[in-house]
Design a protein around this ligand. Sequence first.
Ligand code: TGC
Ligand code: FAD
Length: 411
Amino acid sequence: MEMQWVLKRKINLMANNFEKTLPDQDWDDILGISDEFSNEEKLVQKTAHEYSSKELFPRVKEAFKKEIFDKSILQELGKLGLIAPTIPAKYDGAELNHVCYGLIAYEIEKVDSGYRSAMSVQSSLVIHPIFEFGSDEQKKKYIPELIKGKLIGCFGLTEPDHGSDPSSMQTTAKKAGNGWVLNGSKTWITNAPIADVAIVWAKTDDYDIQGFILDKNKHKFRAEKIDGKLSLRASSTGQIHMDETHVDDDCRLPSVSGLKGPFSCLNKARFGISWGTVGAAEFCWHTAREYALDRKQFNRPIASNQLIQKDLVDCQTQVTLAKLGALKLGRELDKRKINPAAISLLKRNNCLMALDIARKSRDILGGNGISEDYHIIRHLLNLETVNTYEGTSNIHSLILGRSQTGIQAFY
Ligand code: TGC
Ligand code: FAD
């Protein structure tokens, strides 16, 4: 009986002999998306890729495990011109286009969403509002130092009781003589514990929203680290507390009032996320493919199973289309003022796509999928945050729903 079983299994294995040829050379870029980039864009991508793989990748396992963000990363990025690359040379910016910014986010997030977060906040949520809405003095004082990563910034919009609905914020700014007095708390703020400068949004007596530049050297405010995150652990996150914080009027961003101030910064950062998530997803897909080709079960590579191939093809399809979408969005941002709902479409889709790919890839690695050594579980945990911050998936659905029906369904 046992002999019969062994014989049957042997025959099965022989029948399962699979045909193997070399994979197509363009399997990882089957639509030739990389041909769409200019020489300058390719050079920026190469710089970001080399830095990320040589300097960030070797650090990330320890950083994630110990919940540490190494501040020198921002200076290193600054030296290479990888912070706020769209800012003009007048303020020491690299004067590049949005696609370059996207490619930087893509390369950094291949390593870790937390590292991309540090770059995004500094570029889109701190330098951008000072550049767009700041006075000449504010621009001269802060932008060159922030762009070099010598100063670190953070962006305080979310509050303990008001996340998806910042219009209900409770942080107040009361006029006092020539300046303002700020009271309130902001939470879940990336870079807050290490920031020299905080852009904080507050409500005035006439229910207007104003932005203020808080400077650690000048103003009295407290920043506390939030410990115990199981996602984005290589990023520093905290709270900001303002208790009768006095600021002069020259610390207010003079050229904007209302929610369009913070929201227009979010447009930039959400665009970066639409690229960054493609990087994280692509890393997971490539790792899963390599693993599936090496790993043998039932005496043959698991990549020879139809079900595994289907998952790998889903990864390929979703990553390719998400990247095309992010590229098209970047090209449009470089040409014209775009409907912000288009940014919601890509932020929402690419976060959900990346989560799905990370989960599929983790599954392909079986037990090894949960090991830090393969990095996929870290990406998966990080992407849960990326799907939530800068507007949750639901919130972007409602932004898009309002855009196509004209009916707002938030409340
Ligand atoms: P709503 O009535 O829609 O708009 C108020 C005013 O803002 C204007 N506006 C925009 N302007 C530019 N870009 C956009 N995307 C804009 N969206 C709206 C709008 O035209 C209006 O202007 P005006 O002149 O008429 O006053 O505002 P609402 O209160 O109904 O809000 C709607 C909603 C839900 C879409 C909004 O509140 C929202 O987006 N909620 C999500 C909150 C969010 O994304 N928070 C992010 C916090 S920062 C963060 O997460 C950083 S993570 C960083 C990292 O580590 O990478
Ligand atoms: P809530 O708004 O309470 O939402 C909870 C759930 O309810 C979500 O699923 C949401 O989609 C759903 N929901 C809410 N309203 C509706 C509705 N009308 N219809 C359907 N569903 C709804 N903020 C900053 O200002 N600066 C930062 O630098 C920053 N960095 C962050 C870093 C990390 C690690 C994290 C986790 C968050 C960060 N945030 C930051 C905050 C982030 O933007 C908020 O967490 C996010 O906007 C969601 O707000 P909330 O957490 O209060 O969730």
